[in-house]
Design a protein around this ligand. Structure first.
Ligand code: SAM
Length: 321
């Protein structure tokens, strides 16, 4: 998770992400023609202009890009189609659908939650109430593993702790055609959603999901373990943007009093889980690098490095057995 400074995880301030970004203030008078009165223009071009104005007035950044994404989702077409056919007339039902979606976004419901899907690593993931909405920042965990395993052909064994939608594991399996993997989550609903995503992505035969408390019931021998554990300090959760605190499951966010509870629990098992030389890569919260490195070192791992996101925030720690 992140926030996350987040990817969801925010050690406040939360990071800007699609659908979660810059928490806007409440819809202003002018821009909310669409969002408040439930009306948008009668063509694609008009609707785009109206929706962008409503989003801008409500304080969202990149309103036109958001409006395009919203329209594409509401009309079930691509973003390119929105650009290509501004003159296309909207039916009354389409107009109503766009307006309804816009109102929900202005009320701080992430578009990904409204449409029930999120793209991660170029793959589409179904969301459910039990899953975190995957954040682009978490791709740094996938990148960290890829950078250290340049040969894509071995039949590696991967373990993903706190799998959520399965996004980390399934992204890895999409890159390593002979690898297999196990994803664990405490939430049965998340394990089921991850299973569904594996099937939809054609990775179902190489991905296995189970309900569990971290790796307590898992035997060792993994080439890499990945995790994006809950890492927000409990007291910071009420300060998260509404898009995060109202829609991501608390179990996916809450890292205990200091945000580090999950790292301690996971680190206790890593030496046993990894084959000699095996990798551990995990997302971390803002300012947690040193503390997490120390926890991993106490677990017998050697710290190999950190990876920063595009904003220069250290987002990922990598260690090796
Ligand atoms: C921040 S989310 C990450 C989800 C997914 N890996 C991602 O990157 O989008 C953390 C996940 O850990 C799971 N989790 C929390 N406590 C757990 C535990 N004790 N054992 C296993 N999974 C747990 C949550 O249900 C949640 O799905």
């Amino acid at each position: 998770m992140s926030g996350r400074q987040v990817s969801p995880h925010p050690n406040p301030p939360p990071q800007a992400r699609e659908g979660v970004d810059n928490p806007p203030s409440l819809a202003g008078e002018g821009g909310a023609r669409a969002g408040r009165r439930g009306r948008v223009g009668a063509t694609v071009g008009d609707a785009l202009t109206d929706a962008a104005a409503a989003l801008a007035a409500a304080g969202f950044d990149e309103p036109r890009r958001r409006a395009r994404r919203l329209l594409a989702a509401a009309l079930r077409v691509s973003g390119a189609d929105i650009f290509a056919h501004p003159e296309r007339a909207l039916s009354a039902a389409e107009e109503a659908r766009v307006a309804a979606m816009l109102s929900r976004v202005i009320a701080r419901e992430p578009l990904s939650r409204i449409i029930g899907r999120r793209e991660f690593w170029g793959l589409e993931f179904v969301l459910s109430a039990d899953t975190l909405d995957p954040r682009p920042d978490s791709e740094s965990v996938v990148e960290a593993v890829l950078a250290r395993l340049p040969d894509r052909t071995p039949a590696y064994r991967f373990l993903d702790l706190g799998t959520g939608t399965g996004c980390l594991l399934l992204a890895l399996l999409s890159e390593f055609p002979r690898a297999i993997g196990v994803g664990i989550d405490l939430a049965a609903g998340a394990a089921l959603t991850a299973r569904r995503n594996a099937t939809l992505l054609g990775l179902g035969e190489r991905a296995h999901f189970a309900v569990g408390d971290w790796a307590g019931a898992i035997a060792g021998g993994f080439d890499a373990v990945v995790a994006n554990p809950p890492y927000i300090a409990t007291r910071a959760i009420p300060e998260l943007p509404p898009e995060v605190r109202n829609y991501d499951p608390k179990r996916a966010l809450d890292g205990g009093p200091d945000g580090l509870l999950a790292y301690r629990a996971i680190a206790a098992d890593l030496f046993r889980l990894l084959r000699p030389g095996g990798l551990f890569a995990a997302e971390i919260g803002l300012g947690q690098a040193e503390a997490v490195a120390s926890i991993l070192a106490q677990g017998g791992l050697a710290i190999e490095g950190f990876a920063a996101d595009l904003g220069g925030v250290i987002r990922c720690v990598v260690a090796r057995r």
